[in-house]
Design a binder for this molecule. Structure first.
Ligand SMILES: [Zn+2]
Length: 659
C-alpha cells in the first residue's frame, strides 16, 4: 500500500483533500494513528514541567491532532455525502472510539489543571481560553472519578445508539419507499419524474427525510397520496425505542453534569442561555400560527369540496394557489436551471455585495464526478478560498442540504478555507437540471453558510467561520436567502433554459403574492418539530417513557400545537437533527432556526433600509459579523452590525403572526 494520504498534509491547492488518492482502507489506520499521536501530544502538554502559558497549553492544544483532524474532516464529509456500505461499517466502528478519545482529553485532570492556570491579556486569546475552560467543564472535567467513569459509559452508549438510529433512517428512505406497479397510480407526476423512478416496470419513489413528501402536491390519486403519507410518517419504526433510549440517557448525562434536564444543559452555552428564554419565544408563536393554519385548512377544504386529510394538504394548497393567485410553481422551473442559478444568481449576488469573483477549477476533483470545485477571489484579486459544490441526491447521501468545511481558515496555520455545500436535487435522466423555487432558496441559504466560512478571518481554528453557537449559526445563511428574490438578482439568473427569455414579471408578481399563502402550515410544522424536540429533552433524570408514539402525541397536545392536518415536520422516528448524533447534533436545539430568524428578519430590514444589494452593505456585514466567526461574543458582533439589540417584531410580521 502506498503511503496513507492522511499522514501528511495535502499538497493540492488550499490543501484540498486529495480525493483521488483516498481509499476506504486508509481511514481506520489514519484514525488510529491520529488518535495515538494526539494523545501523545496531549500528554506532553499536560506533563510540561514549566508554568502553564497560553502558548504551551491552549495554543499547543489547537496545534495538536493534525492527522486526526484531516482524517475526521474528510470521513465525516464522505459519511454524509457518499456513505457506501464500507463507509457505514467504518462509521459504526470508529464513532464510539472517537467519543472515547474526546473523553480521554477532556477528562485528563493534569491537562485541565494547566488550562485553569493559564492567564492572558490578549482579548482573542482570552476568549479562546474561556471557550476551552467551558468545553472541559461541560465535558465533565470537574466531576469525581466515579462520575467520570459513568459519563464515559453514557457517551459511548449514546454514540452507538445514535449511529444505529441514523443508519436505520438511511435504509428506510428506500426500504419504506412507495412501490407502485400500475403507473396510473402516479398520475400527476411529470413524465421525467416517473422515468427517473422506473426500474424494470416497477416504480419506486424513495422517501425524503421529512413528513410532507413533495410528490403529495402532484399526485392526483387520493389513495396513492394516503399510502405515501403513511409510509412517510411510519418509517423506521424501530427508531421509536432508540429515541427513548437516547432521551433517557441524555437526561442522566445532564444530571451528572449538574443540570435539571438535557435542554438546560444544551442551551447553557448558546445565545438563548436558559430554557425559559426558549419557551417564552416559542410560546409567543404557537397560538397565532395554529390559528393561521386552521384558516388555511378551511380554504383548502372549501377548494376540495370535502374535509381534507393531512395527505391532501399540499395537493389542495397547489389548487388554491392556482385558483386564488393564478400561480403554478411548475411554470417557474424552466427558468431555474441549476448552473445558471449558481453562477448568475448565487455567485452574482455575492459578487455585488462583497466584490468576490469565482473561477472554475475543473483541474481539482471531488470524491464523485458530479462534485465541482471553484476558486474564490477577493475584489483586489487576492485568494480567498475554495468552494466545493455537490448538488445531486444519491442513495448514499443523507437527506437535506448542508455546508461543511474541508479546511478551516486560521492564521495559526496560515490556512485559507475550503468549504462545501451539499444539496439533494434529483439528477434528471437527461437534459438540464431544473430547480423548484424551494431548491433555489436552499442554494442561496447554504451559500450563506459558505460565505461565513470563506470570510472567516481569525487566529484559531476552534473559533473559525461557522464555529459559533448553534442557535446563531443559521442566521447568516437565512440572511443570504433574501437575495434569491431580490429583483436585480432574480432578473440575472431566472432565464428560460431553452429561449434565454427572462421570467415574465407577471409570473413573479404572482409568485410573491402566493408566497404569503401557506405560511400557517410552514410555521406549524416547524414549531411542532421544535416543541417535540424540546419535550424529549425536558425529561427528568430517571423518568421513563413506555410508549414513544403516545409521548409524542401528548407532548404536542400539551404544547398547544397538535393539529391532525399539519403534523410535525419530523416525527420522533425520523428526527435525524436530534437523534442521529449521540452527544451533539441539534438535540434541544431545533428551536435554533426560528431563534436565529429573529436576527435574520432584523438584518433583512437593515439591508432594505440601506439600499439593499451594494458593496458598502456587504462589506459592513462581512467585517462586523461574518469575518469574526466565533472569535468574540456573537451577540456583540450582531450589535456591531445592526447598531442595537434585536427585536422580535420583524419576524412576527414576516410570518404573519402579528395579532
Ligand atoms: Zn442552514
Amino acid at each position: 500500500m502506498a503511503e496513507n494520504p492522511f499522514f501528511s498534509p495535502s499538497t493540492l491547492p488550499y490543501k484540498l483533500p486529495d480525493f483521488a488518492e483516498i481509499r476506504e482502507e486508509h481511514y481506520l489506520p489514519a484514525f488510529e494513528r491520529g488518535m495515538t499521536d494526539q494523545l501523545r501530544e496531549v500528554e506532553a502538554i499536560a506533563g510540561d514541567p514549566g508554568p502553564a502559558t497560553f502558548a504551551n497549553t491552549v495554543e499547543a492544544l489547537e496545534r495538536s491532532g493534525q492527522i486526526l483532524k484531516r482524517t475526521a474532516t474528510v470521513f465525516m464529509s464522505i459519511a454524509s455525502s457518499d456513505a457506501t456500505d464500507g463507509i457505514r461499517e467504518i462509521e459504526t466502528e470508529i464513532l464510539p472510539k472517537l467519543t472515547k478519545h474526546g473523553d480521554a482529553i477532556h477528562l485528563n485532570r493534569a491537562l485541565y489543571e494547566r488550562i485553569k492556570q493559564v492567564a492572558t491579556e490578549d482579548p482573542e486569546e482570552a476568549w479562546l481560553l474561556e471557550k476551552y475552560r467551558v468545553d472541559f467543564v461541560r465535558a465533565g472535567a470537574d466531576l469525581s472519578e466515579a462520575d467520570q467513569e459513568r459519563l464515559k459509559e453514557l457517551n459511548e452508549e449514546l454514540t452507538k445508539v445514535a449511529t444505529t438510529f441514523s443508519q436505520n433512517l438511511l435504509r428506510a428512505s428506500t426500504g419504506s419507499a412507495l412501490v407502485v406497479e400500475d403507473v396510473k397510480e402516479l398520475d400527476g407526476l411529470s413524465e421525467s419524474a416517473i422515468k427517473a423512478i422506473e426500474k424494470d416496470g416497477t416504480y419506486v419513489l424513495p422517501l425524503l427525510n421529512f413528513t410532507n413528501q413533495p410528490a403529495l402536491a402532484e399526485l392526483t390519486d387520493r389513495q396513492t397520496r394516503r399510502k405515501l403519507y403513511e409510509l412517510s410518517v411510519n418509517r423506521a419504526p424501530e427508531n421509536f425505542d432508540l429515541a427513548v433510549k437516547l432521551a433517557t440517557l441524555r437526561a442522566e448525562r445532564a444530571a451528572l453534569l449538574g443540570y435539571p434536564t438535557h435542554a438546560a444543559y444544551s442551551v447553557a452555552d448558546q445565545t438563548a442561555k436558559t430554557t425559559d428564554a426558549v419557551e417564552e419565544m416559542l410560546g409567543k408563536l404557537v397560538g397565532p400560527a395554529v390559528a393561521n393554519a386552521r384558516r388555511e385548512a378551511e380554504l383548502l377544504s372549501e377548494q376540495a369540496g370535502f374535509p381534507i386529510e393531512a395527505w391532501d394538504w399540499s395537493f389542495y394548497a397547489e389548487k388554491v394557489r392556482k385558483a386564488r393567485y393564478d400561480f403554478d410553481g411548475a411554470e417557474l422551473r424552466p427558468y431555474f436551471e441549476l448552473d445558471r442559478v449558481l453562477r448568475d444568481g448565487v455567485f452574482h449576488a455575492a459578487g455585488e455585495l462583497y466584490g468576490i469573483t469565482f473561477a472554475d477549477r475543473d483541474d481539482l476533483a471531488g470524491y464523485h464526478p458530479d462534485v465541482r470545485v471553484f476558486e474564490v477571489f477577493n475584489a483586489d484579486g487576492s485568494q480567498l478560498g475554495l468552494f466545493v459544490f455537490d448538488p445531486y441526491a444519491r442513495p448514499t447521501k443523507r437527506g437535506g442540504a448542508w455546508m461543511n468545511n474541508l479546511v478551516d481558515q486560521s492564521h495559526l496555520f496560515g490556512e485559507l478555507p475550503v468549504v462545501m455545500n451539499n444539496l439533494n436535487v434529483t439528477k434528471p435522466a437527461e437534459g438540464p437540471t431544473l430547480l423548484t423555487f424551494d431548491e433555489v432558496n436552499t442554494a442561496f441559504h447554504e451559500f450563506g453558510h459558505a460565505l461565513h466560512g470563506l470570510f472567516s478571518d481569525v487566529r484559531f481554528p476552534r473559533v473559525s467561520g461557522t464555529e459559533v453557537p448553534r442557535d446563531f449559526v443559521e442566521y447568516p445563511s437565512q440572511v443570504n436567502e433574501m437575495w434569491a428574490t431580490w429583483p436585480s438578482v432574480l432578473a440575472n439568473f431566472a432565464r428560460h433554459h431553452e429561449t434565454g427569455e427572462p421570467v415574465p414579471a407577471e409570473l413573479l408578481e404572482k409568485m410573491k403574492a402566493a408566497e404569503k399563502f401557506n405560511q400557517g402550515f410552514a410555521t406549524v410544522e416547524y414549531l411542532a418539530a421544535a416543541l417535540l424536540d424540546w419535550a424529549w429533552h425536558k425529561l427528568a433524570p430517571g423518568e421513563t417513557v413506555e410508549d414513544a408514539e403516545a409521548f409524542e402525541a401528548a407532548a404536542l397536545e400539551r404544547a398547544g400545537i397538535a393539529f391532525d392536518l399539519v403534523r410535525t415536520r419530523y416525527r420522533t422516528n425520523y428526527f435525524a437533527h436530534i437523534f442521529s448524533s449521540g452527544t451533539g447534533g441539534y438535540s434541544a436545539g431545533y428551536y435554533s432556526y426560528i431563534w436565529s430568524e429573529v436576527l435574520d428578519a432584523e438584518s433583512v430590514e437593515w439591508f432594505k433600509e440601506n439600499d439593499g444589494l451594494k458593496r458598502g452593505n456587504g462589506d459592513h456585514f462581512r467585517s462586523a459579523l461574518l469575518s469574526v466567526g466565533g472569535s468574540m461574543d456573537v451577540m456583540a458582533a450582531f450589535r456591531n452590525f445592526r447598531g442595537r439589540d434585536p427585536r422580535i417584531e420583524p419576524l412576527l410580521e414576516r410570518r404573519g403572526l402579528l395579532t
